[in-house]
Design a protein around this ligand. Sequence first.
Ligand SMILES: NC(=O)c1ccc[n+]([C@@H]2O[C@H](COP(=O)([O-])OP(=O)(O)OC[C@H]3O[C@@H](n4cnc5c(N)ncnc54)[C@H](OP(=O)(O)O)[C@@H]3O)[C@@H](O)[C@H]2O)c1
Length: 287
Amino acid sequence: MKIVVTGAAGRLGGKLVTVLRERGHDVTGVDVVGDQVQKIDVTDFAATRGLIGDIQPDVILHPAAWTDVDGCAREPEKAVQVNGFGAQNVALAAAQVQAAVLYVSSNEVFDGTGGPYREYDATRPVNPYGYSKWVGERAILHVNPKHYIVRTAWLFAHGGKNFIQTILGAAQAGKRLRVVADEVANPTYNDDLADAISALIETGRYGVYHFVNEGQCSRWAFARYALDQAGFQDTPLEKISSAEWPRPSTPPPYCGLVNLAGQQVGIRLRPWQQAVDAFLSKEGLLK
Ligand SMILES: NC(=O)c1ccc[n+]([C@@H]2O[C@H](COP(=O)([O-])OP(=O)(O)OC[C@H]3O[C@@H](n4cnc5c(N)ncnc54)[C@H](OP(=O)(O)O)[C@@H]3O)[C@@H](O)[C@H]2O)c1
């Protein structure tokens, strides 16, 4: 297939470009930043439509987003502009060339009071980032019938900053470690998610999917597991409440996802502990 991947300089977009090329697809990576990509700002509809019209893809994967949740809380209008209307522009540009669109969304479209959530549970975002991703979902649903919406959570990826590296770095530096124990979701390995999305778009089974590694845990349990597996079993890890870790964005507290729809098409992600082990092993950190 001929595929366009937005956010190709980012964590998920970059991995998707690699995996899809390995699967034999003709892939163009686009992003607002980066060297190895065609430049595009998805908030510019004319430019987005022009580029998509030139390429004439079969599918557009749209993981590009403003992912700084605290930044989104400080500038909610910009969040909606990029994550909401940017998605609408991509979906419209796709519809005009009869291409399908896949939007990468977030567990933060739910309010976090009743998780774990299934694909068709009621959404109710509680912070500006979640709201902006919800606007993106609505736009995709309304402007392009050939759509996939893939919600995910707590991504950890090779290269760049991620939660596991931050915790291990702090442990190595002998810092006091305190992690929130009343925020629950699904740690998800970027490589597993890229494989799952690549398999999904080959099915043509449009719809809403929850692609997360199986199982859910608190941030504290995620950190404890990564520390133990990397040889820091003796490093103390204090449990704190989210009230003791104030930040501009309020995360939805119990916001795990369950992958039911993916099972209908034979796509499951392994348990999160196995995914953390695979990540650590590839980084040479598994003890
Ligand atoms: N990371 C997580 O834990 C997580 C959890 C749930 C859902 N998600 C969703 O998963 C997707 C991928 O996340 P990620 O962690 O791979 O994100 P990422 O590494 O931040 O990559 C996103 C890319 O999109 C680019 N971008 C931002 N604004 C753009 C615009 N107007 N036009 C074109 N490109 C633009 C970014 O450029 P800049 O770097 O310049 O902004 C960046 O290169 C996102 O849709 C996110 O909402 C992520």
